[in-house]
Ligand binder design. Sequence first.
Ligand code: 0WK
Ligand code: BGC
Length: 888
Amino acid sequence: MDSIGSSGLRQGEETLSCSEEGLPGPSDSSELVQECLQQFKVTRAQLQQIQASLLGSMEQALRGQASPAPAVRMLPTYVGSTPHGTEQGDFVVLELGATGASLRVLWVTLTGIEGHRVEPRSQEFVIPQEVMLGAGQQTGLDRSTLISWTKGFRCSGVEGQDVVQLLRDAIRRQGAYNIDVVAVVNDTVGTMMGCEPGVRPCEVGLVVDTGTNACYMEEARHVAVLDEDRGRVCVSVEWGSFSDDGALGPVLTTFDHTLDHESLNPGAQRFEKMIGGLYLGELVRLVLAHLARCGVLFGGCTSPALLSQGSILLEHVAEMEDPSTGAARVHAILQDLGLSPGASDVELVQHVCAAVCTRAAQLCAAALAAVLSCLQHSREQQTLQVAVATGGRVCERHPRFCSVLQGTVMLLAPECDVSLIPSVDGGGRGVAMVTAVAARLAAHRRLLEETLAPFRLNHDQLAAVQAQMRKAMAKGLRGEASSLRMLPTFVRATPDGSERGDFLALDLGGTNFRVLLVRVTTGVQITSEIYSIPETVAQGSGQQLFDHIVDCIVDFQQKQGLSGQSLPLGFTFSFPCRQLGLDQGILLNWTKGFKASDCEGQDVVSLLREAITRRQAVELNVVAIVNDTVGTMMSCGYEDPRCEIGLIVGTGTNACYMEELRNVAGVPGDSGRMCINMEWGAFGDDGSLAMLSTRFDASVDQASINPGKQRFEKMISGMYLGEIVRHILLHLTSLGVLFRGQQIQRLQTRDIFKTKFLSEIESDSLALRQVRAILEDLGLPLTSDDALMVLEVCQAVSQRAAQLCGAGVAAVVEKIRENRGLEELAVSVGVDGTLYKLHPRFSSLVAATVRELAPRCVVTFLQSEDGSGKGAALVTAVACRLAQLTRV
Ligand code: 0WK
Ligand code: BGC
């Protein structure tokens, strides 16, 4: 293209053409220069607008919103984790297009030993132009469709194709090698993954090389196209295509338009063309040519080389800006371009380089700040501490690029504490790391699945438990040896609403010991107080325990102004008792951490009455002792007469139900029904559950105060689930799957992993970050992968517990249906217990299992609001009503 008034001067073989017209005066010159360089000045407001607009496009693309088409692509890369430092193995890595027309082949060895690095061996192959111009979207780590070529590549028959398949086809065509292509990775991902695991997680990769782009670890649930709700995935932003006229328009210079117009892909990659190494040199050249034509530079002379596209490269710009050798380099480079720069020219050329590169670094910073804001939003964090791995020749070679970048990011994202970590060979080592991490995740997934497989019960296994339980129920009812003792409770009637009066009730055996005053009129009013039972008392002497109980009663009576009154009392005693009558129950054995001496084999009501006697001046009329399952059934039965089953899933677990008296051996009478306390916690104590018991169940049982006992309970209830999880976590740590294989002291502590953590960790509303918070409070230093695996362990353990509980309920409802010879049974179950009430999925899993195993029963689960204390009072009220009837 000709410039106005040029003349033919020769230098070396280059022909200088210089403008004929007079050169502008000094003031005009500086004005021309200022006006030119001013174009590259970007204000803070403009940068913030670019940051906001890019953030908007990123979130729009993450949501999968198609129109208006988002300006960036946000491509999931199927990389779900960052390096642990334990990755090891040998990997072949191919690197295409990172530095323009070249292919680099590397052999990378990862040792998995902190600080022990093996230098990759590599060889670079130049790609002939005819191959570059001859004849990749990820849908998996090893499946990637090329959307469009950039950076000078133009090969046909590739866009829209799965590049991994093309490589596999090429390898097959060669027939010489057996190479398994495991992963195709964007260079930003390789850069992020090449980052040495350090203090801060390296969760952002930034490349400014020929082109520019970034990736970061996004919460998978925010990436609509993935349809995942847990874990993280690395997303490649592809910000090179960012082009929001509103935001970019004001910062685009005439030189940018010229460069774009003359590029291989006009109108595309506008953002990249202001930052990428392929374009910085060209921008500088266009500015220098312009200033030369304006007579401001090189005495108004240009040279063919200066007017040739691509004659100034990134390396030139970086050298010319070098604070120490820059000026000399400017000279050399311009002479190579056939120019003879004066001293002022050299300075001005450096200003031009600085203007172009400063803008590039600032624009890159605005984009990086948008990524950091997106990361902050998705982590719901006020402040963010993160390491950004940087790679690419612009970052590596330009003397000021990274410092301008860092400074501008701090300005635009002050709430983010960012450290830029130059990636060591991101292209090579990083890609090997992606493959190694994928291999590690796959290996860990396999070990996790193997460990949790015994917890995943299928229909047949659950139906077998149901059938086993039915058999044990029948044997227990017949009074034969059975792990289900099927204890008659002497509760034969549920309340009919005519009960009236004030009753005292005690509720012992759950998380809390409660004393209640229950006033029964047309409705039921309850006043209660919770008292603690210290472990020393629960595991001390029986006398001490019952004296403590009476102390609490007296304290309650005083507080309620009941002192001296002898109200009928109902005692919910949640332990296996063989009842000889409503107010007589022989404790068969303690469970749930209780072990008070001189109680087993004793009538609990007598033990209470003796304690009352020991405490003179107290009068109590103990009318009934009931199991908490019975109390719960009665309490819910008061609202819903169809409630004929009581279920507890709390510290312990158990169930009761109304059985036909004719089926209850040892209790006279053939008509009517009686509530049976199944004591199903002991189901399987005869070994009938051995096929389901895992090594973790065995560890929990052996460490318990009643080894070999309550096996069903130890697979289901709150006292044990946390311990099962803890043992599994220890096992997975020993396999190197969790916590990088580092055994964590805290995790060796019994009961440190509370069952309530399962309920918290599994709650749907909890993002993985909160899961991590719970575990970090426990002193467990974990990664998001670890948190995901701990979550899966909790889910597997609680799911098995709920399914086993469901199989038990299915056995009971089917028993009742068959008892009554019904085709269909509609029945309600009164339920109580912290685990059932607080766990986010337990109740629905129990109901689903019952529907599956007892399809001819319509079962309604009623959560008891007032606990079984109310039920005990109602049993007492019924007993008093019946006693009244017999007296009149
Ligand atoms: C509340 C009942 C009580 C029962 C307890 C079981 O009032 O009788 O023992 O539920 O649940 P936990 O407190 O063991 O979680
Ligand atoms: C006891 C049962 C009680 C259940 C729920 C079990 O340990 O043996 O009697 O119903 O816990 O509290």
